[in-house]
Design a protein around this ligand. Structure first.
Ligand SMILES: NC(=O)c1ccc[n+]([C@@H]2O[C@H](COP(=O)([O-])OP(=O)(O)OC[C@H]3O[C@@H](n4cnc5c(N)ncnc54)[C@H](OP(=O)(O)O)[C@@H]3O)[C@@H](O)[C@H]2O)c1
Length: 368
């Protein structure tokens, strides 16, 4: 039985398939360091009905990054440790090529450093908002699937009710270290008051069961009467945002280590100018709606000059949502480009983002 399933991630599903194969009497298993499946293979073997190592024929392969004289032995020792075996039946050189020693990162989503806060943000993330906002099993399963596909950047908000399902999916999936993730959440307008910011972030962390966020954003440049999270806004409850005092509380959150970076969402150039005039820690990110039909050229130019990273939300036009349209997905120009290259409109859209001259742009979407 071969064990490679691309993209290469150790998953519970693989372990169960191998276990099933053992029960069906397979005894010859083929794996490789690069598949990241040696560990689930070893676990499945220990769980199954095998009583003696002699019953098995195990093949694994040396990855290109270890195809250097001094690294071969330690690579095989690592493979044996992953499998929890004392020997292999067959050890192969995987390709007639070697590459730079280090972590093998095939399929990894590229990252860019944030100007403020110090860490890097993956250029593609998964949004978790599904309107009407309810915590659902479907959201949890979609996120789990996304983790298995290699997504590590997730966007949530107190408003979306997806913090809890996101936290559960993270604990169920193959993530072994918190450092692998980039988690964004957002302060809802009812909590956009100086004294409510810290308790709101603590509640978010409790929902996620995480010790810190990577990025905490002010969701909208308005406040509203404290109380329940309601969307769409009740206009009669809206209040002007006291940006100085609310931002001070956001800065406090970063200083306490509860979030690595802080930022804003839905801020115009004018609102960012007001914020920059009072900020001790400048915003690392402005998350705004952006797609080929809503390009935000002035805001992009402004943010580039100020070192503020832009994250694009609703990159496909949010078709089917309360706030979206089908103009992007039905765009004739994008369709023509897609038809000429055998790609879908969504694939054309993501290629356009990758082709942006400035790398200071990431995007989040939701599908499922
Ligand atoms: N900061 C803010 O104020 C704010 C506001 C809105 C959104 N967001 C964030 O941005 C995320 C994404 O935004 P969004 O959901 O509004 O917009 P979107 O990603 O532009 O649109 C989502 C819709 O596009 C369709 N879709 C997604 N991937 C597709 C694909 N590969 N092929 C074909 N159709 C595809 C899906 O429709 P079907 O289900 O019909 O297939 C999905 O419902 C949200 O989840 C949220 O995290 C932030």
């Amino acid at each position: 039985m071969g064990t490679a399933a691309y993209p290469f991630v150790a998953s519970e599903a693989t372990k169960l398939s191998i276990l099933h194969a053992i029960e069906l009497r397979y005894r010859h298993f083929d794996t490789a360091a690069v598949y990241r499946l040696e560990q689930p293979l070893g676990e499945a073997i220990r769980l199954g009905p095998i009583t003696s190592r002699d019953e098995l024929f195990m093949t694994s392969k040396l990855r290109c990054t270890d195809a250097h004289h001094d690294l071969v032995l330690s690579a095989l020792q690592k493979t044996l440790q992953n499998l929890q075996f004392e020997y292999l039946d067959l050890s192969l050189i995987h390709f007639l090529a070697c590459s730079k020693p280090g972590e093998y990162e095939m399929g990894k989503i590229p990252e860019v450093p944030l100007g403020s806060g110090g860490q890097s943000i993956p250029l593609l993330g998964m949004g978790t908002a599904a309107y009407p906002f309810v915590a659902s099993e479907a959201t949890k399963l979609s996120i789990l699937h996304a983790i298995e596909l290699g997504y590590r950047h997730f966007d949530t908000a107190a408003l979306y009710q997806s913090e809890q399902p996101l936290g559960e999916a993270i604990r169920l999936g193959p993530i072994t270290s918190r450092d692998e993730l980039f988690i964004t959440s957002k302060l809802w307008c009812t909590d956009a008051h100086h004294d409510l910011v810290l308790p709101a972030l603590r509640k978010t962390l409790q929902n996620l069961q995480l010790e810190y966020l990577d990025l905490y954003l002010i969701h909208f440049p308005v406040s509203s009467k404290p109380g329940e999270y309601v969307f769409p806004f009740k206009t009669e409850e809206l209040l002007p945002l006291d940006i100085k005092s609310v931002w001070e509380a956001m800065e406090e959150c970063q200083k306490l280590g509860l979030t690595k970076s802080i930022g804003v969402s839905n801020f115009s150039c004018k609102k960012l100018e007001k914020l920059l005039a009072v900020a001790k820690i400048p915003p690392a990110v402005n998350q705004v709606e952006m797609n080929p039909l809503w390009q935000q050229k002035k805001l992009r130019q402004f943010c580039r000059e100020k070192g503020i990273h832009i994250t694009a939300y609703s990159p496909l036009g949010a078709k089917g949502t309360l706030w979206g349209t089908d103009k992007v997905m039905e765009c004739e120009v994008l369709k023509e480009i897609g038809d000429a290259r055998g790609k879908t409109v969504a694939q054309v859209k993501y290629s356009l983002t990758r082709a942006q001259p400035s790398k200071a742009l990431s995007e989040i979407s939701f599908n499922k």
